[in-house]
Design a protein around this ligand. Structure first.
Ligand code: PLP
Length: 388
């Protein structure tokens, strides 16, 4: 139940990748038949990924994943601003962005960029009218995530990008759609974003591959220079089987979008209802309405989330305290903090993120084990508070 961290490879994805692992080892830059064969496969994947987000295939650039895509969008656009001597050095990001955006923005401060933070409300949603107040003639770049990885909140991106482009059409609007892609419908034209990041391993594809959509009319600078692959946006011999698997995963995600959405949402609602009604001292974090169909983030008062994760793991249930990508840093959730939760609430919060492979039996088992583990942890606490 930790599918926001990663998902299992779909069988059809493995089958699509196998010929490229076993036999078709050509370099897509070679002119001979072996090279042309893999080049064609990459072009096909590009079309499939483009279709998932309503883009043109020439606007899709393959990367090593969501982290690189976010780095490329932010650093690449700031480098463009620098080279063209643009004085617009203000970057606006939300307080609940993934570390890939937070850390990249912090890095850009070294080059004279100034970061302005857009707050979220207690439900984890940004307020468009507050956003409008942050825009000024110095704003060069805006980066607001489509869906949050910890609490699953979905931001009003098309409204925010409209405000941005009405204010000044030259401001570059990026969105991190790593958690939203393949789970909710995405159309880059409707969202009116200038760039958008996606990652393969969150949609039942292989790890180490992702893409950045860049709107045709916009310019950004590459971060990796060399042989000119990916239309010179990202040099280096392509991760062919990764890209082939990603393309297939994108195709399947689009085909099953509605079916998977309905299944995940009903599983999510079942799990939320069952936890809240069976275990006292619990509450749901994040908006219920504007929420990814697979995200369940719950506060269990009187327990330590890290301890709870370990106990659940002993029973074969995998959950998370938030972002798998930042657990090495052992810091408490900046997302829950931004939403106004206090220390006790934050430390007692964990995330279940459902996948299409999770069954109703697994959900029932989770609540059964959770009830026992929570009662035990609370019993062993020196405070012995009774929760109603
Ligand atoms: N952005 C968000 C919102 C994420 O949740 C993640 C990974 O969890 C990333 C970016 C990084 O993606 P990747 O693991 O493909 O580098």
């Amino acid at each position: 139940m930790d599918n926001a961290a990663s998902t299992p490879l779909n069988k059809a994805v493995i089958n699509e990748m196998l010929p490229f692992i076993k036999n078709d080892y050509g370099n897509p830059s070679s002119v001979h038949e072996k090279g042309r064969k893999v080049k064609l496969a990459i072009q096909n994947s590009r079309k499939r990924v483009a279709r998932l987000i309503g883009a043109n295939s020439s606007e899709i650039f393959f990367t090593s994943g969501g982290t690189e895509s976010n780095n490329l969008a932010l650093k690449g656009f700031c480098e463009y601003l620098r080279e063209t001597n643009e004085q617009r050095k203000q970057i606006i990001i939300s307080t609940i962005e993934h570390d890939t955006i937070l850390e990249t923005s912090t890095f850009l401060k070294k080059y004279g960029f100034d970061i302005k933070f857009l707050d979220v409300d207690s439900h984890g949603i940004v307020e468009p009218s507050c956003f409008k107040n942050l825009l000024n003639e110095k704003t060069g770049l805006v980066s607001i995530m489509l869906a949050n990885n910890e609490v699953g909140t979905i931001q009003p991106i098309s409204e925010l990008s409209k405000i941005t482009h009405d204010f000044d059409k030259n401001i570059f609007f990026h969105t991190d759609a790593v958690q939203g892609a393949g789970k909710i419908p995405i159309d880059v034209r409707d969202l009116d974003v200038d760039s958008l990041s996606i990652s393969s391993h969150k949609i039942y594809g292989p790890k180490g591959v992702g893409a950045l959509y860049i709107k045709k009319s916009r310019k950004i600078h590459p971060l990796i220079h060399g042989g000119g692959q990916e239309s010179s946006m990202r040099s280096g011999t392509e991760n062919v089987y990764g890209i082939v698997g990603f393309g297939k995963a994108a195709e399947i995600s689009l085909k099953n979008l509605k079916k998977n959405f309905d299944y995940l949402r009903s599983s999510r609602d079942y799990l939320i209802k069952k936890i809240l009604s069976n275990i006292p001292g619990t509450s749901l974090n994040g908006s219920y309405e504007a929420r990814l169909p697979n995200n369940v983030n719950i506060t269990f008062l009187g327990v330590n989330g890290e301890e709870l994760i370990v106990k659940l793991d002993e029973h074969g249930i995998e959950a998370s305290t938030g972002s798998a990508c930042s657990t090495n840093k052992q810091k408490s959730s900046h997302v829950l903090k931004a939403m106004g939760l206090d220390y006790e609430e934050i430390s007692g919060s964990i995330r279940f993120s459902l996948g299409i492979q999770n069954t109703k039996e697994e959900l029932d088992k989770t609540v059964e084990i959770l009830s026992l583990v929570i009662a035990d942890l609370r019993d062993r606490s020196p405070f012995k508070i009774k929760y109603q």
